[in-house]
Design a protein around this ligand. Structure first.
Ligand code: HEM
Length: 443
């Protein structure tokens, strides 16, 4: 037997057994690959350690975005971007704006229309949620450090574009809620320094139709084009640098793959591709389940008598911003300046997190200042979102919001520093022990 192995032909029991199903798949894949030549495509193989969901949060966002493009194109077949009121004899409810009427038509008449529009809407929620998840994962594990600074900056622009997609898409069904919320957003946008000069561009001739046409154009052409370009650049940079290795407590650790990692790689085709496809199916399955259980209900149309005095309410991802506007003493300009500073902080984080105050290490346990900032941002986002959902439009006195936000900051400070001090102490002990063992071994 040994002789046989030495002569080069493997012994029968050394040939790995593959079930019929796998062998057939291999054969089909081989035939496809012969024709496409995928092995020559410039797609990076990925290190074995990265086949865990945490390393692929960006791919989940990209996958959810592709799903949005597909459902969005299907919705375009039926949606009418017009504020004109429907008249008798057509297929839309009489007296309602065509934008709302065509949405109603999609839900009630188009085969699987309710399913389609609900998946697009909930898919938008999921895409934005996943984008925030991707952002916070990167924030806590310091993936923005050298050499990924530009990847991070382009990512920030992607996040803003995604929010822009949400904002412009919200107006399209032309409900009483969405028109009111869009008006609040426009007031905010126009209050940026020099914002009034933007007014003719955003408002056109100041008719309802002019605004709807602009939001529609931005939603289906302008922002998707920008998103496509940014996404291409983002992924190109990812392909250049590869996935960031695990966060580390070693200040010398470079965020590049080691030779050891290079030896254990999974090729893009079929390993990475199939890994992504698995998660894509999981995503679609989860989304379809939610849609089947809670199909979206279309609110009343803008201008309808039933709308009454309903207060404008944005989608959940903008509730935090709308709640800030309810704070006593916070004018649109203060809100805009605060948000702009926050965006600039995120955009330039790779250069801000370089000072000795923070750390060259990337593991969250070594970066208490950054963890406090991250927790504060996440905590504020959560509290303001819930607050905005439960008490929309209710003015919050200064003493109350100072107390709430101050408590979040204080608890966060105490807890993170307590963990940090505890960790430093145990880490020093472990280092001493290791040093002692090394000394004993050399004696
Ligand atoms: C909103 C749309 C976004 C999409 C579609 C997207 C897509 C991706 C993809 C596909 C990757 C490859 C690795 C992975 O799957 O995680 C990636 C990596 C990365 N993204 Fe994003 N991203 C987005 C937003 C952001 C944001 C908001 C940031 C941060 C501000 C960001 C920063 C990064 C960084 C630093 C990497 C490299 C991470 C690593 O190497 O582990 N991205 N992104």
């Amino acid at each position: 037997m040994e002789e046989k192995a030495a002569s080069g032909s493997p012994a029968p029991r050394d040939i790995p057994y593959k079930p019929f199903f796998n062998r057939t798949l291999d054969r089909i894949w081989g035939a496809v690959d012969d024709r496409l030549g995928t092995q020559k495509w410039p797609l990076r193989p990925q290190p074995d350690f990265s086949f865990k969901p945490g390393y692929w949060t960006g791919a989940f966002v990209a996958n959810a975005f592709i799903f949005q493009v597909i459902t969005g194109i299907l919705l375009l077949f039926y949606y009418v971007p017009s504020t004109q009121l429907a008249t008798a004899g057509g297929v839309y409810p009489v007296g309602a704006p065509l934008a709302w009427g065509s949405t109603y038509y999609i839900i009630h008449t188009v085969p699987l229309g309710a399913f389609l529009i609900s998946s697009h809407l909930y898919g938008a929620y999921a895409t934005i949620f996943l984008a925030f998840l991707h952002f916070f994962r990167g924030f806590y594990t310091g993936v923005y450090k050298k050499p990924r600074e530009f990847t991070w900056m382009i990512g920030t622009l992607l996040l803003l574009s995604m929010l822009g997609m949400g904002f412009t898409g919200y107006l399209l069904p032309y409900t009483a809620l969405s028109v009111g919320a869009t008006d609040v957003g426009i007031v905010l946008t126009l209050s940026v320094p020099g914002g009034t000069t933007l007014a003719p561009l955003i408002l056109g001739n100041a008719t309802d139709q002019a605004l709807l046409s602009r939001m529609f154009a931005l939603h289906v052409v302008g922002i998707p084009l920008a998103l496509g370009g940014l996404l291409f650049a983002h992924i190109l940079l990812f392909e250049t640098h590869g996935v960031a290795p695990k966060a580390s407590s070693d200040p010398q650790a470079k965020r590049v793959l080691t030779e050891e990692d290079d030896k254990k790689m999974g090729k893009f085709f079929p390993k990475v591709f199939l890994y992504m496809t698995k998660w894509a199916f999981f995503y679609a399955g989860g989304l379809f389940l939610i849609v089947a259980i809670w199909p979206w209900q279309l609110p009343v149309f803008y201008g309808s008598a039933a709308a009454g005095g309903s207060s404008p309410e944005p989608d959940w991802y903008f509730l935090w911003l709308y709640k800030i506007m309810d704070f006593q003493g916070v004018t649109p300009i203060i809100a805009v300046v605060t948000v702009t500073l926050l965006m600039l902080f995120v955009l330039f984080l790779p250069w801000i997190d370089r000072r000795p105050l923070t750390s060259t290490k990337t593991h969250p346990r070594d970066r208490p200042v950054l963890v406090i900032v991250g927790n504060f941002l996440a905590g504020m986002f959560l509290v303001l979102t819930v607050w905005g959902g439960v008490m929309p439009g209710v003015v919050i006195p200064t003493s109350m919001y100072a107390e709430y936000l101050g408590s979040i900051l204080l608890v966060n400070l105490v807890v993170v520093f307590a963990f940090y001090v505890r960790y430093r102490a145990s880490y020093s002990r472990r280092l001493l022990k290791r040093q002692g063992r090394a000394d004993a071994a050399t004696k």
